[in-house]
Design a protein around this ligand. Structure first.
Ligand code: SF4
Ligand code: SF4
Length: 330
């Protein structure tokens, strides 16, 4: 086969298993669920039995799930991968981990990150440097979706409830997300990149709804109530008190809002509001609002954002003025 520089060749893995002796194999939540389902045991039992750990590596402070290999080789390696059909996405992708990579780039990566001598005998190291390798597109898309969400999830939250990540994916319309990520990765237009950014932003915001402790910015609970000129936003009790105190003291200096059509729901507008406050780093707020409600209640875009505590623990509430571009929800 003769390939030009721009064509991509499939990597024909020798199935030698030499990469199966790395110390840590990155797993995503779906990998863990899929493998536990396969062995018909509950996830916590699967994790304990097979040495799945939360760990941080290298310079990243975000813990991720890893299959920790204590012996010489992965426990699933038995004259080849014994779970080939359901093996972790990382194993499926390895060693082509990004679209458009050349063999030279991959070789450099392998040499830099090798935990074991074995992987240095990977067939990849025999390929010419300028050969461009094809990536497993389906595995790549899934991996990017899970990686993005889990990095956000594990860096912001301390919860160990992995079921949440799964339910979030369903709630966000998986097909749509896959199409967006696919377009972003493989077509790479500027526009799709922006849509991707917006999708990521929504995912990030929705992740934070799950637990509003220690979040870098506020996220309204699902569902905001409206009446003419007012949007009632449900936030954590702590945040409701903070905004109330700030607005009472006149410490909210300006409010800048940004609106985008929601990627997750075309009938919604995703609104992000930045509030400049005196004496601290300010506040960011993000929430989805139904276009029909926005049309009914805010014809010129000028609204008061009224912040209610989710547990109803306050009678007085803080409010700030904001402008939401009506072109977005017309
Ligand atoms: S799961 Fe399979 S492919 Fe992955 S490291 Fe283990 S044996 Fe190798
Ligand atoms: S070391 Fe390379 S050739 Fe061998 S199984 Fe792993 S990816 Fe395939």
């Amino acid at each position: 086969m003769v390939l030009t520089m721009t064509e991509e060749a499939p990597f024909e893995c020798a199935m030698c298993g030499r990469c199966c002796s790395q110390r840590l194999i990155l797993l995503n939540t779906e990998d863990v669920f899929r493998m536990a389902d396969h062995f018909k045991i509950p996830v916590p039992q699967f994790m304990e039995k097979h040495g799945v750990v939360f760990a941080t590596t290298g310079t990243s402070k975000t813990p991720r799930l890893y299959l920790q290999i204590s012996g010489d080789v992965c426990p699933f390696f038995k004259d080849g991968c014994s779970i080939h059909e359901i093996k972790p996405l990382m194993c499926k992708l390895f060693p082509v981990l990004k679209p458009g990579q050349t063999a030279g780039e991959i070789k450099a990566f392998i040499k830099k990150h090798a935990h074991s001598e074995g992987v240095l005998s990977c067939k990849m190291l025999t390929l010419p440097d300028n050969l461009r390798l094809a990536v497993d597109r389906e595995a790549m898309i899934t991996s990017v979706i899970y990686d993005s969400m889990e990095i956000i999830y594990y860096s912001n939250l301390e919860r160990k409830d992995m079921q949440f990540v799964r339910s979030l994916l369903k709630a966000l319309n998986r097909d749509q997300l896959r199409a967006i990520v696919s377009d972003y990765l493989f077509n790479g237009s500027k526009e799709s990149g922006l849509v991707f950014e917006q999708a990521m932003f929504e995912m990030q915001a929705l992740c934070q709804i799950a637990d509003w402790k220690k979040v870098p910015y506020l996220v309204a609970h699902e569902g905001v109530a409206m009446e003419p000129g007012k949007i009632y936003v449900l936030v954590s009790p702590e945040d409701a008190r903070r905004i109330y105190n700030l607005s009472l003291q006149g410490e909210v200096e300006s409010v800048i809002s940004n609106t985008n059509p929601s990627v997750a729901d075309p009938e919604c507008t995703f609104i992000s509001v930045a509030m400049n406050t005196k004496g601290d780093n300010g506040l960011m707020l993000a929430f989805p609002a139904a276009n029909a409600d926005l049309r009914n209640n805010s014809t010129d875009g000028h609204v008061s954002l009224c912040f209610y505590p989710a547990d109803g623990s306050m009678d007085d509430i803080g409010a700030v003025k904001a402008y939401i571009d009506p072109n977005t929800y017309k």
